[in-house]
Write a protein that binds this ligand. Structure first.
Ligand SMILES: Nc1ncnc2c1ncn2[C@@H]1O[C@H](COP(=O)(O)OP(=O)(O)OP(=O)(O)O)[C@@H](O)[C@H]1O
Length: 346
């Protein structure tokens, strides 16, 4: 657990970058600091590894005041990933990743073996290990940055806008990769971004900050979307809060009919029992369809699957994509009502 207790940072010129910040970063989870440019996110992050020292208040790492830990020792337990990876340009990828193990005095063979293992872990082809950073794409460099931060297996990871410099497709895959890694590693991660969608996707907890270094709200994403604390948070979250909130409601609660259709329509399957379309009774040809995984997907995905199909019903599939049933418009309406999404009804 990392605890901020009344932390203020006043820079030399009088700028108050962070103002009396108190919050807790739980162990083994991702906490995202999000807010507009200049609200004090980076300053808050860098105070954790003492790249910046607080002016007032204190920060505790598992109950110990970080001012009592000398910065090199503190940083050994804290990985740090920044925008554009910050790799050493004249070192090969493998040696970039092995930087901290080398500093810790590991022998070269062991450090390189660890680096190769980590490259694989972050989803990089180990054939790239002998290249230099300029010979990699932006997304690949970011993965190397993450691998390097993980090299000494630190319990804490600080990530400052690590995925901002890559295109949206690569960014989404880096986010997915981080979530996959985190499911294995359970690090205590503090992640800074100005992108609220990234915050909601990645954060177990999201701390919304406003300019002047004030904490506007700290909550789980679903709570933030359902109950923004004030007009600033509501505005920052943007539109479609109701729909976005459905991403946090599992589809598994939906009533599924095992009939292979709804009145007037049937579901067409291929030889492997996988849906290929909706067929209107008495008509030729297939109509568009949408599916959702009953075990893994959210109510939002199920709703989307229904909206894509002319009968207005969603097709449920199992983990292998095989037909598992149909969710009718009525069943969806009922689930939406339960999720509190239809105001004034039920
Ligand atoms: N060394 C410094 N001296 C004076 N003011 C600074 C210094 N570093 C940052 N600031 C100011 O402190 C405030 C917070 O900066 P910080 O970098 O923490 O914000 P941020 O939320 O991370 O912003 P961004 O999203 O633009 O990176 C800003 O007003 C910034 O101009």
């Amino acid at each position: 657990m990392i605890t901020f207790e009344g932390v203020t940072k006043r820079y030399g010129d009088g700028t108050v970058a962070v103002d009396n910040l108190s919050l807790q970063v739980p162990t083994g989870a991702i906490t995202v600091f999000v807010g507009p440019s200049g609200c004090g996110k980076t300053t808050s992050l860098r105070m954790i590894n003492r790249m910046i020292d607080a002016t007032e208040g204190r920060i505790l790492l598992d109950d110990q005041d970080i001012r009592e830990i000398d910065p090199p020792t503190l940083r050994r337990g804290i990985g740090y990933v920044i925008q554009q990876a910050g790799l050493f340009p004249h070192r090969k990828i493998v040696d970039n990743v092995a930087t901290v193990p080398y500093l810790l005095g590991w022998d070269k063979k062991k450090a390189r073996a660890r680096a190769m293992e980590l490259l694989e872990r972050v989803g990089l082809d180990t054939k790239l290990a002998g290249r230099y950073p300029f010979q990699l794409s932006g997304g690949q460099q970011q993965r190397v940055g993450v691998a390097r931060a993980l090299a000494a297996d630190p319990p804490v990871l600080l990530m400052d806008e690590p995925f901002s410099a890559v295109d949206p497709v690569v960014r989404a895959s880096l986010q997915d990769e981080l979530l996959r890694l985190q499911a294995e590693l359970h690090k205590t991660i503090v992640f800074v971004t100005h992108d609220i969608d990234e915050a909601i996707k990645l954060g177990d907890t999201v701390a919304v900050m406003r300019v002047g270094g004030h904490l506007a709200q700290i909550a789980a994403p679903a709570t933030l979307l359902a109950e923004p604390a004030d007009a600033f948070v509501e505005g920052f979250l943007g539109k479609d809060r109701g729909i976005r909130r459905l991403s946090f409601v599992p589809a598994s609660g939906l009533a599924v009919s095992t009939e292979r259709g709804v009145p007037g329509w049937s579901v067409a399957l291929d030889e492997n029992e996988r849906p290929i379309g909706w067929r209107r009774d008495g008509a030729d040809g297939l109509q568009p369809f949408g599916t959702f995984d009953l075990k893994k997907d959210s109510l939002r995905t199920a709703l989307d699957a229904a909206l894509l199909a002319p009968p207005g019903s969603a097709i449920a599939v199992d983990g292998d994509g095989r037909f598992a049933g149909v969710v009718t418009r009525e069943a969806l309406d009922e689930a939406l009502r339960r999720a509190g999404q239809v105001p004034g009804d039920g």
